[in-house]
Design a protein around this ligand. Sequence first.
Ligand code: NI
Ligand code: MN
Length: 226
Amino acid sequence: MKVSYHGHSVIQIQSGGKNIIIDPFITGNPLTDLKAEEVTADVILLSHGHNDHVGDTVALAKRNDALVVATDELSTFLNWQGVKTHGMHIGGSYQFDFGRVKLTQAFHGSSYHTNDNQIIYCGMPAGILFMNEGKTIYHAGDTALFSDMKLIGERHPIDLAFLPIGDNFTMGPEDAAYAAQLLNAKKVVPIHYNTFPPIKQDPYQFIELLSNQNGLVLSPGESIEI
Ligand code: NI
Ligand code: MN
């Protein structure tokens, strides 16, 4: 399958004829190569409710008639806005026609901030395991380092992991390098950095910190085959 990075935490997966996008924050994302009105998707997977992850989900889902998969609270909030959704929760997995999705724990917040200064509670934040064609991709979402990453890697040997390295809101490079080791992922790609001043990082320095893992920096618009 083909996996592309589009800046911040935006990942696109093309697998089995389906087009899957994770955390489509496009409008207002200074690093993305995508144009919100041109993005196509059959499925949108969301890690949590923060605006820099939900992003263009509602408009994108409506225009493409895409299915949105997220935690139950977040998916319900989006369903009430007229979007087709499938709610799940931490530890649960489901076999869709586009692959298997399992939500994992993440240590972070999950809320949507509206234009009129309301904070909408969106349940727990999650990491996302996506499994198809015999491969497993782990998108950690926004999270702190936690020791059960070892458990996630043991239960689901990971071919490709996307880990936040920005610090301030999530793991920084040192913790993310430790996470890569716990997860024992075959390949690790840094995400959630350089989008805003507080999360400025050098992704190549992060790659240097990895011990046995194969690190790879993807520029927005770059893809890999796994
Ligand atoms: Ni967040
Ligand atoms: Mn974030």
